[in-house]
Design a protein around this ligand. Sequence first.
Ligand SMILES: [Zn+2]
Length: 170
Amino acid sequence: MIRDAEFKRLVLYAKGLGLKVTVFNRNNPHMQAYWTTDGKELGIYCGLKPNKTDLNLTIIHELGHALSYIRKKKRKTPQRLEKAWSRENDQEKLSESERKLIYEDEIAGVSFWDSIIQDTNVKIPKWRVELQKEIDLWIYEVYYKTGEYPKGKFKADTLKAFKAKWKARK
Ligand SMILES: [Zn+2]
């Protein structure tokens, strides 16, 4: 399967960046994957029968953070960002400026997706990749602007509209 082969290459790519990669054969209700801000680890939760395209896009998301750390931050997460992420992970209430740092960090990560996809020869259709970029950034933009992650009908309707838009362009 093409997605399985891509998954293996993405894991090897992460290892090539010096990351310790852990693949969990279970779900985590709080996250699909993580990258640690010290640049040392990447973890991914596979669970039972994951959608393999989604899974690979999730690793690409985390690899985007890893590359942003290596190439933009010179392998040092700024202290303010480190603190914002740590507070975020502890589900504390972040200030607007902290949420802005996180949103900007997400934008930085997404800017590396195309080069990761090119380097690892991932064949996920372009429209699907662009859809995921829009979804991921929108979620953090809403969080930045409102202090809440989108959920419920608002989230479902917006994702549906994004999907229809990108499918129409393919
Ligand atoms: Zn992220």
